[in-house]
Design a protein around this ligand. Structure first.
Ligand code: SF4
Length: 327
């Protein structure tokens, strides 16, 4: 049978996974090589489905504590640190954390709503960030607005920022949440035009204590989500396909650190923090529930050092992007 590039990607993933797992065995037998750190609860958007509000937390993690986290994760065997929020750009010590994380040898990625990104900060962060992911749910500004994203300018802003991310040589990811408002959309043309390296598509999720008051009218069934997946399956520029994550697939497949530097999970509904000392993460990692099979199943392993490859190749040719403001 002729092997396609996709087969090649899958086999790379399997090899990579096996290599990662055996390396991890020397450090911690269960830990996944990727951690999502919700570095702040602050956000300038108010998405109705947001399940990372951390309503019960106050204050921010002091810089001296935050800077001790990347090295600890690296020592535990973590390879990739994904900085999320809230909106990470609202964490005042973000640049220091990015620099420290890169210095420790981590692959560093960040998820942003995109609104605060500009050419200056993208350029400043680019030596320390391998990937930037931006949230984009719809081709329709009105739907973005109804979801709580931006002031009828989210789509046009995101398009501009994605071009800058490419210009400065980082991997580009688009995150899309499928809700009642956008479940019948075909995003494939827009995604083709933007040309991300990775497209992640999530089924909207209810999380008790975080969003249950606002998310209910947006919830969709697994059949509705599957319909969206079928309609939006496509081959990206790099010959990979979108990663579709149902509520079921997301369950226990992320290793998550909260804004106060404590591991947390939501296996039983609401967020539960593990009794963690942010200066001693190793002592609590055994108590964090996660399912490494689910991590693999949701496509958690991928060539995340792609960003470094981009940097080696210097800036990508953004001239090839023909993106009109109207899409
Ligand atoms: S941009 Fe992200 S963190 Fe902010 S409200 Fe929306 S989903 Fe939540």
């Amino acid at each position: 049978m002729v092997k396609t590039s996709r087969d090649h990607e899958e086999s790379l993933n399997v090899n990579y996974r096996n290599a990662s797992k055996s390396k991890l065995k020397e450090t911690h037998k269960d830990i996944l090589p990727s951690v999502n750190w919700h570095i702040t609860k602050k956000c300038n958007f108010n998405c109705k489905y947001c399940f990372a509000r951390f309503n019960d937390l106050e204050g921010i993690l002091p810089k001296e504590v935050a800077l001790k986290i990347p090295k600890q994760l690296k020592n535990l065997g973590v390879e990739k640190l994904n900085i999320a929020g809230g909106e990470p750009l609202l964490y005042p010590h973000l640049m220091d954390v990015l620099k420290e994380s890169k210095k420790c040898g981590l692959t560093v990625t960040m998820i942003s709503n995109g609104s605060l990104l500009n050419e200056n900060n993208i350029k400043e962060m680019s030596p320390y960030l391998d990937w930037i992911g931006i949230s984009l749910d719809s081709c329709d500004e009105e739907i973005q607005y109804q979801l709580g994203r931006g002031s009828l300018d989210h789509l046009s802003n995101v398009i501009k920022k994605t071009q800058l991310i490419k210009k400065y040589g980082m991997g580009l990811k688009i995150n899309t949440v499928v809700t009642k408002l956008n479940m019948n959309e075909d995003m494939t043309q827009l995604i083709h035009k933007i040309g991300p390296d990775r497209w992640k598509v999530f089924q909207v999720m209810e999380r008790e204590g975080e969003n249950q008051n606002s998310v209910k009218p947006l919830l969709i069934t697994s059949e509705e989500f599957q319909h969206y997946c079928n309609e939006n399956d496509m081959v990206l520029e790099n010959d990979t396909r979108p990663k579709f994550e149902s509520n079921e697939l997301m369950r226990e497949s992320y290793l998550m650190l909260g804004p106060q530097g404590k591991f947390f999970h939501s296996s039983n509904g609401p967020i539960e923090y593990i009794d963690t000392d942010p200066l001693d993460l190793a002592s609590s990692i055994d108590n964090v529930p996660f399912d490494d099979e689910a991590f693999t199943k949701r496509g958690g392993f991928y060539r995340w050092n792609l960003g470094e490859t981009h940097m080696e190749n210097n800036c990508r040719d953004s001239q090839n992007l023909v993106i009109s403001e109207e899409i």
